[in-house]
Ligand binder design. Structure first.
Ligand code: MN
Length: 198
């Protein structure tokens, strides 16, 4: 039975031509939900931030990627839910296909959902609806608290989400992690090496 939440994902793709997973076989849930950050060299280089929620990957495109500096707010644009099997997708989507370009698994790990409202924990569904999601990441690169905050007050009057590091012991205002960390956590390859199929 195909997962209706992945209808948009499937509509955009021709699985004969793209190496991306069709997501037909659901991955079993682990003890903790997983997250992935993919570096995607599409028409514009960007990062994709994805959280496992109830069997799919809730996804945001983050043009500048995550920061470890709590003062830095990174725009995060919601995109279609992806199948869990996308957690480990790395490779090149051929020219002419949706999202054409090279994809790197830049970070991968588990997370804890810790959003509270008036001092009480709320569900991820409630947090997403409310537009404020607080998570604790345990990745190989990203660690500690991050917030995804829906806002209508973007420059230019638009609306979107912001990805912001929490001020905690894992924060580091002195490192630009997208510059210092440029290799896949799956294969150790750079984007160029993945593109070259090395
Ligand atoms: Mn992308």
């Amino acid at each position: 039975m195909p997962d209706e939440r992945l209808a948009h994902y499937r509509e955009k793709r021709d699985f004969v031509g793209t190496p991306e997973p069709a997501g037909e076989e659901p991955l079993p849930a682990g003890e903790y939900p997983r997250f992935v950050v993919q570096l995607h060299d599409a028409s514009h280089l960007h990062y994709d931030f994805r959280l496992e929620v109830d069997g799919v990957l809730k996804s945001w495109a983050v043009p500048k990627g995550p920061s470890t500096d709590p003062k830095v707010k990174r725009l995060a644009i919601p995109t279609e839910d992806h199948p869990l099997s996308y957690l480990t997708f790395e490779g090149t989507i051929p020219a002419g296909h949706y999202g054409a370009g090279t994809v790197m698994v830049w970070d991968l790990g588990i997370y804890q959902h810790v959003t509270h409202l008036h001092g009480q924990p709320i569900s991820m569904a409630q947090a997403l609806a409310k537009g404020h999601v607080q998570v604790l990441l345990a990745g190989q690169k990203l660690r500690g608290g991050y917030a995804l905050i829906h806002t209508r007050g973007l420059r230019g009057g638009g609306e979107g989400w912001l990805l912001v590091k929490s001020a905690d012991p894992e924060a580091n205002a002195d490192e630009e992690i997208t510059r210092t960390q440029t290799r896949s956590v799956l294969s150790g390859r750079t984007l160029e090496e993945i593109a070259a199929g090395e």
